[in-house]
Design a protein around this ligand. Structure first.
Ligand code: 1HE
Length: 267
């Protein structure tokens, strides 16, 4: 059974830890198209609750096989014939997992391919960066399945593409793919090899100072939940802490003595 750096055992996730501090976290139910059952959600809660304290500097989140994630495990849900109260608690665990991702302070880069549908899109939308390839397609099939979103699509997918487009996706089952998906905001990057690019981006972010990444990958989301007035105040407090961290002095000095890299346009 795979373990993370501290020996925590996982069976529905596969964890590969790299020397750079990047973890590659793979949803490991490829034969079920990485459908999210209760056990997988619990492993995501455990993993993302501990990632920062375990010293993880960035995460690539991907899926085994040809598809990123087929969403809610419909077979488990159908067999369990849950009560409303039971399913509410299932959804609350999804929120726990996805909030730990979004607010945990460790950059999460999703390497997308194939189906990113239903709860799979809810999972992807909790990542900080989404990289898709030419096989990737996004959908919210809940409307067709006779159910509703329960893992944050009303919040995060609306945030990415706007409320009307999100409603259209659920009502009509509309599928987005290719450059259009990037143009709408479902992913930030499209390329031929989403895993390779996601890993490259993760390695790049892992080279930032952890406290800086914590602010980027936690404070921005919190600040966006506040009024503009309160967000400006809280941003100043966060910047007070982050921008005076001793570890930043070396980088500031490098700029001052002209050894630090200059920012230039892409060639
Ligand atoms: C699954 C699931 C699943 C596949 N739950 N078992 N999500 C959906 O509505 C998407 C449902 N899945 C599909 O549309 C397709 O499976 C895929 C497009 C993702 C992949 O198609 P394909 O042809 O490669 O695979 P398949 O033959 O459909 O499925 C292969 C196996 O994966 C099969 O199991 P097997 O034991 O018969 O081999 C499928 O049953 C299994 N499988 N998807 C359970 N989703 C908090 S609320 C969130 C609400 C939602 O997420 S709604 C969206 C649900």
């Amino acid at each position: 059974m795979p373990h993370d750096a501290t020996g925590q055992a996982f069976s529905n996730l596969h964890i590969e830890t790299r020397d750079s501090g990047v973890d590659i976290v793979t949803l490991n139910r490829g034969d079920k198209r990485n459908a999210l059952d209760v056990a997988t959600i619990e492993e995501l809660v455990t993993y993302f609750s501990n990632a920062r304290r375990n010293g993880v500097r960035a995460v690539v989140l991907t899926g085994a096989g040809d598809h990123f994630c087929a969403g809610l495990d419909l077979i488990e849900h159908w067999k369990a014939d849950r009560s409303p109260e039971d399913f509410m608690h299932v959804c609350l665990r999804w929120h726990e997992a996805f909030n730990k991702m979004e607010y945990g302070g460790v950059p999460v880069i999703a390497a997308l391919k194939g189906a990113v549908v239903g709860g799979g899109l809810e999972l992807a939308s909790a990542a900080h960066i989404r990289v898709m390839d030419q096989t990737t397609y996004f959908a919210l099939p809940e409307g067709q399945r006779g159910i509703f979103t329960g893992g944050g699509a009303t919040i995060r997918v609306s945030d990415l593409i706007g409320k009307s487009r999100m409603i259209d996706m659920v009502l009509t089952g509309r599928v987005y793919q290719g450059q259009q998906a990037v143009d709408l905001g479902l992913a930030q990057y499209i390329c031929d090899d989403s895993f390779a690019l996601a890993l490259e981006l993760a390695e790049k972010t892992a080279a930032n100072l952890p406290l800086t990444n914590f602010a980027i990958c936690s404070a921005v989301s919190h600040l966006n939940n506040m009024s503009a007035l309160d967000a400006a105040y809280a941003e100043a407090v966060v910047a007070g802490v982050v921008n005076t961290q001793p570890a930043a002095r070396e980088r500031l000095e490098a700029f001052a003595n002209k050894s630090g890299a200059r920012i230039r346009p892409n060639t």
